[in-house]
Structures are given as structure tokens and as C-alpha cells.
Design a protein around this ligand. Structure first.
Ligand SMILES: [Zn+2]
Length: 248
């Protein structure tokens, strides 16, 4: 499978990146994981306006879902006619949340999206075996494990340290892990990981390669985050960038 980072800024768009969005392709199937603010721009730049066959939303914070509301226009009002409904796997409440974000009074989005409520477990999407589990964040949030042809890509979602993210990442070939916070700071509990914690999860889970994402550039330091992760994980570590591609 191939991962293309469309957006990787944590919490709000940064000067160099939209918010979280990751396109994963295999056998010609295109799965978009998260669709945060600004990432619709990157989708066009690095893939194509309609280069999506299904969407997984890890949770319903704006920086992970807001462009799924804007994407309604793309699908509903395409010049060559409306597109068929796109499957969206998301926490319960996504239909109302996205409809409300799109418009106060234009009704449901059933013509654009077919919604499936996420629950912890495994299920197929296209050629992928997808496993999701609840992670440690203030609202219902899922980490994601994708398997295809014996390879594993794991995504932390937004989470503080928890057993679920460790299980999801177990033995992953590529672990896309959030690292929102700086170490050595009195961070609020139950929200996010630091670079060191991301590295520790990667080590405990025995992953091959660690890709740090969801850094809050304006408040943090890429160099410090990377250094902290490298200090806790001996394998290759890098920081996600829009347009970066990884064959898994
Ligand atoms: Zn969040």
C-alpha cells in the first residue's frame, strides 16, 4: 500500500500544512483517513479532486473532519452530475455533525455520504482489513490499523498513552503517530502524545518505522520533537510533510 500525506498539522492548519489527512492506496482503491481543515486543497494537488473511494474519520474534532463538509459541494454539484454516495466510517454523530457544518438548514447529506458508525473491531474496506479501537482523547476517537498483503500501516489518531494504540501499532511496518506536545512541559493529561511518548509506543509495539504527525508547529519545535522521538526509538524516524509518499 502507498501512503500519501495530504495534511499533518495538529489542531489548526500551519503555514506549511493543512490539518490531518492521509490517503492510502492499494489495488487502485483510495482510502482517505481523516479530512481536516485545508486538506481538500492537498487532495487536489497530490491526488485529484475525486481520488477518494472511502473515508475514515478518526474523530470529530474540526482538524480531522472539517473538509468532509466542504467536500459535499464537490460531490453534490459536480458539473458532470452528482457522484454516488461515498462510504464514510466515523464515530456516531458524524451525519449530524457534518450536515450542521455544511449548512444550518439544508438537511442531511445522505445523497453524498453513506455513513457507518465506527465500533472497535475489524472489518474490510476495499482491499484493506481495517481494525479500529478507542484511544485516549476527550471525545470518541479511534486509532486505525490497516493491513494489506501482509503489510501493516498503523495510525494513532489523536491520543494520549493507552493500551489500545500499543495494540494497534503492534509490529507495524509504518506507524503514523501523533506527537503534538513537547516533552518537559506540563501538558494537559488525556489528550496527546509527546515525541518521546510516540517513540516509546513505537519501541514497545516493535514497529519498523515511525512517522511523526500532528505537530502543532506554531507552539512546538520540530527539532525537539524529533530528537525526543529518536531518543526513545532506535528505528528510522521522520516528520510527516504534505506530499510525502511512503510505500508500505
Ligand atoms: Zn482531536
Amino acid at each position: 500500500m502507498r501512503l500519501t500525506v495530504l495534511g499533518c498539522a495538529g489542531s489548526f492548519p500551519g503555514p506549511e500544512s493543512p490539518c490531518s489527512a492521509y490517503l492510502v492506496e492499494a489495488d487502485g482503491f483510495r482510502l482517505l483517513i481523516d479530512f481536516g481543515s485545508g486538506s481538500l486543497s492537498s487532495l487536489q494537488r497530490y491526488a485529484g479532486l475525486n481520488a477518494v473511494d472511502a473515508i475514515v474519520l478518526s474523530h470529530l474534532h474540526c482538524d480531522h473532519m472539517m473538509d468532509a463538509a466542504l467536500y459535499v459541494v464537490v460531490r453534490r454539484y459536480a458539473p458532470d452530475g452528482p457522484y454516488p454516495p461515498l462510504p464514510v466510517y466515523a464515530p456516531a454523530g458524524a451525519p449530524e455533525r457534518l450536515a450542521g457544518a455544511y449548512s444550518a438548514d439544508e438537511g442531511p447529506l445522505d445523497d453524498v455520504y453513506t455513513f457507518y458508525s465506527l465500533q472497535s473491531g475489524s472489518f474490510p474496506i476495499g482491499p484493506f482489513t481495517v481494525t479500529v479501537d478507542r484511544v485516549n482523547h476527550p471525545i470518541e476517537t479511534y486509532g486505525v490499523r490497516l493491513e494489506h498483503n501482509g503489510r501493516v500501516l498503523a495510525y494513532s489518531g489523536d491520543t494520549a498513552v493507552c493500551d489500545a494504540v500499543l495494540r494497534l501499532a503492534q509490529g507495524a511496518d509504518l506507524f503514523l503517530c501523533e506527537a503534538s506536545y513537547l516533552d518537559g512541559v506540563d501538558n494537559p493529561p488525556g489528550l496527546h502524545l509527546t515525541g518521546r511518548e510516540a517513540g516509546e509506543v513505537a519501541t514497545k509495539a516493535g514497529v519498523r518505522r515511525l512517522l511523526l504527525t500532528h505537530l502543532v508547529t506554531a507552539w512546538g519545535s520540530e527539532a525537539e520533537t524529533l530528537e525526543a522521538a529518536v531518543g526513545a526509538f532506535q528505528g528510522p524516524v521522520e516528520i510527516a510533510r504534505p506530499g510525502a509518499r511512503f510505500d508500505v
